[in-house]
Design a protein around this ligand. Structure first.
Ligand code: HSE
Length: 345
């Protein structure tokens, strides 16, 4: 079945998603009955294009992968020059993929895009942590009122399933506690400090050089990125109503190589752990470096991998491990959501 999509944000994740649509076109159609019609694309830096009959996805992707501007994509009948909000209002799409940059202080412009999409009766698939952290309840309410879906698999652990795992595979379980490694940069740094005795600043420089850390790595090393993720898990999975200030936050900038080596000699390993648990009707959450015994499944999670342990009432503890970032991995998170929207439409 044909599904009309718009893509708002055409950077790494947007292009990763389009790459999967191109490479898996046949299987998506034959196995899942999903035929995407890309009716609009808008990006703050690259311009916008709208075409009601749908863009040719392989040639559009090749154009942007070569660094071409979106509004310079040669196609007959393409309308250019619309703002992102105009694109959403005029495209008459079924699904909006919102993968613009994350602003964790305001949630904008992504939140506005999502409000507009829901008011236009469009479902949303996003990887944007901003609105899911800050405007979640209003967005969910508006989506329900308009009888459309709001999905956000990629906001935590990119393409390693979390929300879909809970919704489908762990349905019926009460989740009592969640703890995990939610930031790849700091996990990589701690590993280098332990295995190679690297100094903190050198480990950080290497993480930056390899493209793991953000350009301004404060969000990684001071725990803000992990805080946003444990906050979403606290509120969306454990049913809390926490604000960022309610989460205790300690980054890894106070951890030295000798601290890490000392832990090693005790048979332990430092990890930056996001932790949230139900205590009566409250949810308590924190992000801080913890010395884990090597027997803890989270202690064995190395490199930039992320992992989460769910404590459930019916299935005990379940730990998942996988990528927490990456172009195709995060593009895949969007695909899971888009396919589920397609199935349930
Ligand atoms: N900078 C983040 C990390 C990317 O290192 O995990 C994913 O949010």
């Amino acid at each position: 079945m044909k599904r009309r999509l718009i893509l708002i944000g055409c950077g790494v994740v947007g292009q990763g998603f389009l790459r999967i649509l191109v490479d898996k076109e046949e299987v998506l159609r034959d196995k899942y009955g999903f035929e995407p019609v890309l009716v609009g694309v808008s990006d703050m830096l690259k311009g916008s294009i709208m075409k009601q009959e749908g863009l040719d996805i392989p040639s559009f992707l090749a154009h942007v992968e070569e660094g071409g501007k979106i509004d310079e994509f040669p196609t007959e009948g393409g309308v250019t020059g619309l703002s992102s909000v105009e694109t959403i209002r005029e495209a008459e799409a079924d699904i909006m993929v919102e993968v613009t940059y994350t602003d964790i202080e305001t949630g904008e412009p992504a939140a506005t895009h999502m409000f507009e999409a829901f008011m236009s009766r469009m479902s949303v698939a996003t990887t944007n942590k901003g609105p899911v952290t800050l405007q979640f309840e209003e967005l969910r309410k508006l989506a329900r009122e308009n009888n459309v879906q709001f999905r956000f698999e990629g906001v935590v652990l990119s393409g390693t399933p979390v929300f879909n795992l809970l919704e489908y595979c762990l349905a019926g379980n009460d989740i009592i506690e969640v703890k995990g490694i939610l930031n790849g940069t700091t996990n990589f740094m701690l590993m280098k400090m332990e295995e190679e005795g690297m100094f903190y600043r050198d480990a950080l420089a290497l993480a930056q050089e390899l493209g793991y850390a953000e350009a301004d790595p404060t969000a990684d090393v001071e725990g803000f990125d992990a805080l946003a993720k444990i906050l979403m898990l606290s509120n969306l999975v454990l049913g809390g109503d926490l604000k960022p200030r309610d989460v205790e936050r300690v980054g890894i900038s106070g951890i030295s190589t000798s601290d890490v080596q000392m832990a090693k000699s005790e048979g332990k390993r430092y990890k930056l752990i996001g932790h949230a648990r139900k205590v009566g009707r409250r949810v308590i959450a924190s992000v801080k470096p913890v010395k884990l015994p090597l027997s803890d499944p989270l202690a064995g999670v190395n490199g930039t991998a992320n992992a989460l342990t769910f404590k459930t009432d019916l299935s005990g503890e379940i730990t998942i491990q996988g990528a927490g970032a990456g172009k195709i991995e995060t593009g895949f998170a969007v695909l899971i959501d888009v396919l589920n929207i397609h199935r349930e439409m």
